[in-house]
Design a protein around this ligand. Sequence first.
Ligand code: CAA
Length: 379
Amino acid sequence: MFSLSPDQQALVQAARATAHAELASTVKEDDEREHFRKDLFGRLGAAGLCGIQTAEEWGGLGLGYVEYALVIEEIAKVAPSYAVAVAVSGLPQVILAQFGNDAQRATWMPGLAAGELLGAFALSEPGSGSDASSLRTTAVLDGDNYRLNGTKFWITHGGVADVYVVMARTGGPGPKGISAFLVSSDTPGLSFGKKEEKMGLRASPTVEMVLEDAIVPVSNRIGPEGNGFSVAMSALDSGRITIAATALGLAQAAMDCAGRYAVTRKQFDTAIIDFQGVGFMLADMAVRIEQARLLTHKAAWLKDNKLAFSPIAAMAKLAATDCAMSVTTDAVQVMGGYGYTREYPVERLMRDAKVMQIVEGTNQVQRVVIARHLKRGWE
Ligand code: CAA
């Protein structure tokens, strides 16, 4: 996919305009205050940006992951925390579209796609991060309900989301003992603990979730018992495309900021971009971004065309997030002392970039996924 269709170009323009109009004026303050504004997320939804990939029947735009990635990149150029909000709130939609039943879809998808409801995904636990199948939260059948007990960690939108997809153990140890549940925010026994104080992505709340005899109706189980790990892994395959797109957006924003600076900043009577030391840094940034964008769009295109995309999505996530870390670091360097101050966005983008290498599977886990795929081809 080497050029955008007129419709895709129009979507990009619309997303760019909405992101600037709704998010630009508060992004600095919200980073400093570690503040998430649900109403702003709702305005992205009102503009049609929260259900790009969800079928029209369920309230979305019925477009593909290529369009979803394009929109997320535009939001991330302005406010990466809200790009992540759209990505994470998209996970329950992707899960329900693939694994849910019509009653569950009818209850949750229109609101999520409209941005009237905020979604979240609860897999990780204090002792279970990369080794996701070792999770210990339990779900025990009790009449028409399950009782959920355990602690979930690093929950994006914890305490502000309206619905959580929670992975809990209904069977024995390992991946086959895990089931997935829709847990509404008003569930008895559900509460929230510590909100993390983070280096970056500070407008995106990351909160501990506590389940103490939380009562979840059997009708809220997604798919059969024991299918929860596949639900989670499959959602993360898709989610990794959106994290790659977020990383691309923030990398592009950092490069553009550094580039504009390098054109106007003069030293020794010369614009600093004309010194090879700076010009070559910007050229290398552009190459890295272009490479990562091609991989991200390829992963999205494969998914849209119902072709195997898991290893390419892992490659895209790995490449785009490493690109974001290196591009934002170099953008600070190009801008020197100015880049290091909060007057310019590049220091914030550099802090935001770091977590991209960690969330939705560390970049080491992406290498595990890629290497296992390669091994299968050679066995
Ligand atoms: N799609 C569907 N099903 C899959 C799958 C996939 N991509 N990958 C695995 N499965 C299923 C299969 O049924 C498999 O069984 P078979 O071998 O019989 O086919 C079963 O799961 C077990 O798979 P593995 O043996 O590969 O499982 P593993 O325990 O070795 O784990 C792993 C592999 C890749 C390391 C995985 O644990 C993983 O991805 N870990 C990282 C977790 C992660 O990304 N966490 C992020 C949480 S969310 C977040 O960051 C932020 C947020 O707010 C959203």
